[in-house]
Design a protein around this ligand. Structure first.
Ligand code: APR
Length: 315
């Protein structure tokens, strides 16, 4: 039987997710949005595109949570995106309210789903989604590291004129300015990156990666990035549905790993058909450790701000 992926939020990322999933024939798709017309219109448009290439996928648009019942995977993008000059943290209070409602809908209809959160501010929203929904922490993950890593790899490939596929890399920590690109864990055709690019250039590329989202927001003016975030979300969903057991950097619940307790942060995890099957603990040097802990601290601070907005999160 075909798998079922429900997309909560049929905006820029939701629509792109639906299109990518249908071209890969990964699953049937339910596009859910409070703006019912957007969900129905995009579902119909993408459904008609499947006839061009003969893709065998069923697409439905809805604003009724009953239609997402028994989803295998749910990808959440409901919420508002950034406008120029805003940080991801500026979205907190609006998106927190939306996520509370979404979590209720998921809990009621699909308690066994693998849930991927993309709504920002990512690390805090995914943590709130897990708490509000009560789903097991290994079934609720945030999409950030795959995107941040793909930005880092893209900039490196442009700078060094090498194929993207020859680059192996990793970005850890929270999805914000404190994220931790890992040059010591970055290789090109197995050669350490530090031997191939000057320290100065590498610093610039790391900085551009950290601000990668803002660079796009500034161009778009009316919203934030959506093609690369959607591609990253599909990579995670595919690893779950096909039990690929890929190692992907994701915002995952840490319970002692990396010396951190009771918080979501970006770390490499194995995603298979049981969800987050393992958190991979790589060795960090003292500088990387300090940056990682600093990044985790900013996630914790923002989560404390979220508790002030909704005390339900304190439990
Ligand atoms: N339930 C379902 N959908 C909702 C709800 C809700 N309670 N509230 C808002 N939405 C829908 C909007 O109607 C809109 O169609 O969420 C969609 C968001 O789409 P966009 O505004 O196009 O935003 P997008 O670019 O897709 O980004 C979504 O992901 O990367 C993050 O920062 C980004 O938080 C933002 C989110």
């Amino acid at each position: 039987m075909k798998k079922k992926i429900s997309l909560i939020g049929a905006g820029q990322i939701g629509g792109t997710l639906a299109h990518l999933i249908s071209t890969k024939e990964l699953a049937d798709v339910v596009l859910f949005d409070v703006a019912e017309g957007i969900a129905k219109g995009k579902a119909l448009d993408i459904a008609q595109s499947t006839a061009v290439d003969g893709h065998d996928v069923n697409l439905v648009g809805t604003s009724n949570y009953e239609d997402i019942k028994n989803s295998d995977v749910i990808i959440v993008t409901a919420g508002i995106p950034r406008k120029p000059g805003m940080t991801r943290d500026d979205l907190l209070s609006t998106n927190l309210k939306i996520i509370k409602e979404v979590a209720k809908g998921i809990k009621k209809t699909s308690p066994n789903a693998f849930v991927i959160c993309i709504t920002n501010p990512l690390d805090v929203i995914v943590m709130a989604l897990q708490k509000y929904s009560g789903l097991p922490a290994n079934k609720v993950v945030g999409m950030a590291g795959v995107l941040d890593t793909s930005r880092f790899k893209y900039f490196l490939s442009q700078e060094l004129k090498v194929p993207i596929k020859s680059i192996n890399s990793l970005v850890l920590g929270g999805h914000g300015d404190t994220m931790v690109p890992m040059p010591n864990h970055t290789t090109i055709n197995d050669k350490p990156i530090k031997k191939l690019v000057s320290e100065e250039k590498l610093k610039l590329i790391i900085e551009r990666t950290r601000k990668g989202g803002a660079e796009i927001v500034k161009f778009l003016e009316k919203g934030s990035a959506f093609y690369a975030p959607a591609a990253s979300g599909v990579d995670m969903a595919e690893s779950y549905i096909k039990n690929l057991k890929k190692i992907l950097p994701c915002a995952a619940y840490l319970n002692g790993e990396y010396g951190v307790q009771n918080v979501y942060a970006g770390v490499p995890v194995i995603i298979g058909n049981k969800g987050v099957e393992k958190i991979v603990e790589i060795k960090l040097n003292s500088n990387e450790k300090e940056n990682f802990i600093n990044s985790v601290k900013s996630v914790k601070d923002l989560f404390n701000a979220a508790i002030k907005i909704d005390s339900d999160l304190a439990n």
